[in-house]
Design a protein around this ligand. Structure first.
Ligand code: C2O
Ligand code: CU
Length: 475
């Protein structure tokens, strides 16, 4: 049986999503891409329910999958057709600071009703990334502004198919419209805005077709505001090959559950070990009392392909190795939220500034969370938490003193996860977002080699809005 190799020769092209009953996001060739943030209507739920009014890139949810080769320059011309300002952040990509898409920190916001901005950068690392606004993210991302960015290895390991699964959730009313109770105190102070409807590539998925014997690379991207996914592939043994874009020693996830916190990515190699005609369920079991079926893996009635050898390691990305011994160390302590005695205190100056912004029409959350005792709400101007000399190693000790999980994200860098709760982490994986369980601690290290002011925040977007946001400086 001759195997097709979808990656070879696919340079800067988009590989259309295949295997779904419905088609995936449309293709835009990389190198030069145009993204328009605009209102749209998409059939999230499907007939007989009406389409849902969304905000989206180029009319689709999720936005187009952008594909580019590692090290190749990507130019993205963004137009804002929303009635409010926006920006585009390239989550996980080590871009130059001016391309990071954080209004008030790295650029002016892109004006409403026709403003434009050109992002240009050459992603140094291969892997699975994504893009989304960094302006009122809790609403703009939630309403559908998100898309995947795939950076291809020059020598990708051979697979039969390379698929992107953008996972999202929505809080919909019975008529399939988005329930617009943004910044509700309950969401802000608890687990964030967790929806009631889960979509895969912008649709409620039913089945994913595959052929017996084929090897897939599945790129899972969690673009939900707050939800953590915990996927189990019944009857299969998926192998994790990358976290947040960066290669990791191939391994089966603990307990067979692939955990993906908000904004994280996991690349899996999935061997289709079922038989023609069989059906196997992919279940989400992260919230045990709300476990649900995501979709069925449905085997076509075709003769099986021959199976392949062991899963190889992806080629390493050019990340500088931190030296934890020589590093400057910082504690990043997270506090606040419901069920905590310690709510963040605002100084009178902060409070006055927030009241002023509100009186000018800003929709802003009350502070409910803090990083090192300081709650930052609203748009992003503020003093850095720490400054690192360019090229120096930094160790961050995250301490989650709250009753809630937090996916903590750093811009402009990837870090190694050295330990959790004081126990060394054998995988030492690279990540740009670390999911801290309630009351958990973790130590990470990185080389601060990317000059500029960078955000450090919780990627539960309601927590970010309610104060879990800071920045650090590399100079
Ligand atoms: Cu994906 Cu600061 O964000
Ligand atoms: Cu959080």
């Amino acid at each position: 049986m001759k195997r097709r190799d979808f990656l070879k020769g696919a340079a800067s092209l988009v590989i259309p999503a295949q295997g779904f009953a419905q088609s995936g996001p449309p293709a835009v060739s990389a190198r030069v891409a145009r993204l328009a943030a605009q209102p749209g209507r998409v059939p999230l739920v499907g007939a007989p329910h009406p389409p849902t009014e969304v905000w989206c890139f180029n009319g689709s949810v999720p936005g187009p999958v952008l594909r580019v080769r590692q090290g190749e320059k990507l130019r993205v011309e963004v137009t804002n057709r929303l009635s409010e300002t926006t920006s585009v952040h390239w989550h996980g990509v080590r871009v130059p600071n001016a391309m990071d898409g954080v209004p008030g920190v790295t650029q002016e916001p892109i004006a409403a009703e026709g403003g434009t901005f050109v992002y240009e950068f050459a992603p140094p690392d291969a892997g699975t990334y994504w893009y989304h606004p960094h302006s009122r993210s809790y609403e703009q991302v939630d309403r559908g502004l998100a898309g995947a960015l795939v950076v291809e290895e020059p020598d990708a390991p051979r697979v039969d198919r390379d698929e992107v699964w953008v996972l999202d959730d929505w809080r919909l009313r019975r008529d399939a419209a988005i329930q617009d109770d943004y910044l509700s105190p309950m969401d802000l102070s608890h687990a964030g805005r967790i929806g009631n409807t889960v979509t895969l590539n912008g649709r409620i998925a039913e089945r994913f077709e595959l052929r017996a014997g084929e090897r897939l690379r599945l790129r899972l991207v969690n673009v939900a505001n707050a939800r953590t996914f915990g996927l189990q592939f019944t009857g299969h043994r998926p192998i994790v090959v990358a976290y947040d874009g960066h290669p990791v020693r191939p391994h089966e996830p603990a307990g067979g559950t692939v955990v993906i916190g908000s904004s994280q990515r996991v690349d899996l190699v999935l061997d289709a070990t079922g038989k023609p005609g069989e059906k196997h369920t992919v279940r989400d079991v992260f919230y045990p009392r709300q476990a649900f079926r995501l979709l069925d893996l449905a085997y076509r009635d075709e003769p099986p392909l021959e199976s392949r050898g062991p899963v190889g390691e992806l080629p390493a990305n050019p990340l500088p190795e931190p030296d934890p011994e020589a590093a400057q160390k910082h504690e990043i302590r997270i506090s606040g939220g419901a069920m905590s005695r310690e709510m963040p205190q605002e100084g009178w100056m902060q409070r006055a500034a927030r009241e002023m912004r509100r009186s000018l029409g800003a929709r802003e959350a009350d502070p409910m969370w803090a990083i090192n005792g300081v709650a930052i709400t609203g748009e992003h101007v503020h003093a850095p938490l720490f400054t690192a000399r360019r090229g120096s190693s930094v160790v961050l000790d995250f301490r989650n003193d709250t009753a809630w999980p937090h996916p903590m994200h750093l811009h402009g860098h990837a870090f190694r996860v050295l330990s959790r709760n004081g126990k060394p982490n054998a995988l030492r994986e690279w990540r740009d977002t670390i999911l801290l369980a309630a009351r958990q601690s973790a130590t990470v290290a990185f080389v601060a080699d990317n000059p500029g002011d960078w955000m450090l925040h919780c990627h539960v977007l309601e927590h970010q809005a309610a104060g879990m946001m800071a920045s650090f400086r590399v100079d």
